[in-house]
Design a protein around this ligand. Structure first.
Ligand code: ATP
Ligand code: FE2
Length: 340
C-alpha cells in the first residue's frame, strides 16, 4: 500500500558506522516507511574498515533506490537527511557522511548528524513504547547500561575492554564458524548453546558497575583449543557467563534508578537467552521488560532516520562544516532535548 504524504515531512537516515550500510525513511510521527540493510560479510576473519567502506560505496545507490521504492516517496519529498556521525570505523563513517552531505546539498534540505548509540536507544523506545527505561545496549562495538538523567543518557556501566558481541564473534571465528547472510556469528553461537548441557566454570569479571570480557574470551578460547569440551558446552557456558555479567549490572542500575522499564537493544538483543535473563530481573523489580524487534536490533537506517526526526524537530541541525565524523563520540556527551 502506498503511504499518503502527511504534509509534515520525511527524514532519510543513513547508517554506515561498521559493517552494514543501511537507509531508513521515517515520517515525523514515527512511522517507519523503509529500512533497507546491506551487510558486508568479509570473505574471512573480522571486518577490515576499508573493505567495508568500499562495500558501502558500492551498494549506496542501490540501497537508496530500494528505500525510496519501499517508502513510495520521491527524494523531493524529503525534509531532512540524517546520518550516523559516530561512533564507529573512520572509513565506513566517512562513506555514509559523504552520501548524506551530497544528498542534503543536492536537495537543499538540512543535515542532522546522529549519535549511533542514541539511535539504538531511540528506535528501541519507538518500537516498544518504552518511555524512560534503563537500557542495556549490547552490540559488536558497545556494551553499555544507560538511563536518562538531566538532559542526557548517562552511562551507569560499560565494558572496560571488548564488547559483548565482539566477544561472541571472536570466539565463533576461533571455533571456525562462518557468518552467513542473515545469520550473524552471535546467532550461530546461540543455536549451538541451545544444545549445550554442561556448564563449565569461566572467569566472571564485574568491577563496580563495569564489565570485562577479555579474560573470559581468552579462557574460553584456550579451553576450545585443548579440545576437552564440546563446542556446544563452550558456547552455552560462554553465553551464561557473559550474559549474567551484563544482567547483574543492569539489575543494579535498575535498583539504583528505580525506573519502571528495562529496554534491551543493539545486535545482541536478538538473543533469546539474554532476553530471558533480563526479563527475569525486570520482573523481580516490577519493571516492564522491553526488547527491540530484531529487524531494528542490528544496525539500521530507520533508527538514524527516527533519531534525525527527534533532533530536527527540536531545532538541532548539523551544518556541513561541522559534519566531520566522530569516531569516539560517547553516548553521554550527547544532549537529547527531546527526552524529558
Ligand atoms: P555498534 O556499532 O552499535 O557496536 P555493530 O556494528 O556491532 O554495532 P549491531 O548490528 O548492533 O552492529 O550488532 C552486531 C552484533 O550482534 C554482532 O556481534 C552479532 O554477532 C551480534 N548478534 C546478532 N544476533 C545475535 C544473536 N542472536 N545472539 C547473539 N548475538 C547476536
Ligand atoms: Fe550498532
Amino acid at each position: 500500500m502506498k503511504y499518503e504524504k502527511s504534509g509534515e515531512g520525511y527524514c532519510l537516515g543513513i547508517e554506515s558506522t561498521a559493517d552494514d550500510f543501511s537507509v531508513g525513511i521515517a515520517d515525523f510521527e514515527g512511522k517507519i516507511l523503509a529500512n533497507v540493510i546491506s551487510a558486508y560479510i568479509p570473505p574471512e576473519g573480522g571486518i577490515h574498515p576499508r573493505e567495508a567502506a568500499r562495500h558501502h560505496a558500492e551498494v549506496a545507490s542501490k540501497v537508496l533506490e530500494e528505500a525510496f521504492k519501499k517508502a513510495g516517496i520521491k527524494p523531493k519529498n524529503l525534509s531532512v537527511i540524517a546520518f550516523a556521525q559516530g561512533p564507529g570505523l573512520g572509513p565506513c563513517l566517512r562513506t555514509g557522511a559523504t552520501v548524506a552531505r551530497a544528498l542534503a546539498s543536492y536537495l537543499g534540505v538540512p543535515l542532522v548528524g546522529v549519535n549511533h548509540c542514541v539511535a539504538h536507544i531511540e528506535i528501541g523506545k519507538l518500537k516498544t513504547g518504552a518511555k524512560d527505561p534503563v537500557t542495556l545496549y549490547v552490540s559488536g562495538g558497545n556494551t553499555i547500561v544507560a538511563a536518562f538523567d538531566s538532559g542526557r543518557y548517562r552511562v551507569f556501566g560499560e565494558t572496560l575492554d571488548i564488547a559483548l558481541g565482539n566477544c561472541l564473534d571472536v570466539f565463533a571465528r576461533e571455533a571456525g564458524l562462518r557468518q552467513k547472510a542473515g545469520a550473524p556469528l552471535g546467532a550461530i553461537v546461540e543455536k549451538l548453546a541451545l544444545k549445550g548441557e554442561k556448564f563449565i566454570q569461566l572467569p566472571y569479571t564485574v568491577k563496580g558497575m563495569d564489565i570485562s570480557f577479555s579474560g573470559l574470551l581468552t579462557a574460553t578460547i584456550s579451553l576450545l583449543k585443548k579440545g576437552e569440551y564440546s563446542l556446544e558446552d563452550l558456547c552455552y557456558s560462554l553465553q551464561e557467563t557473559a550474559f549474567s555479567m551484563v544482567t547483574e549490572v543492569t539489575e543494579r542500575a535498575l535498583a539504583h534508578t528505580e525506573k519502571k522499564e528495562v529496554l534491551l537493544t543493539g545486535g545482541v538483543a536478538a538473543n533469546k537467552r539474554l532476553q530471558e535473563m533480563v526479563k527475569s530481573i525486570a520482573e523481580e523489580h516490577d519493571a516492564v521488560f522491553c526488547v527491540v524487534p530484531s529487524e531494528f536490533a542490528v544496525d539500521n537506517g530507520a533508527m538514524v532516520a527516527w533519531t534525525g526526526v527527534l533532533a530536527f524537530t527540536h531545532g538541532l541541525v548539523t551544518p556541513v562544516d561541522k559534519s566531520f565524523v566522530r569516531l569516539k563520540w560517547r553516548l553521554d556527551e550527547v544532549e537529547v532535548p527531546w527526552v524529558k
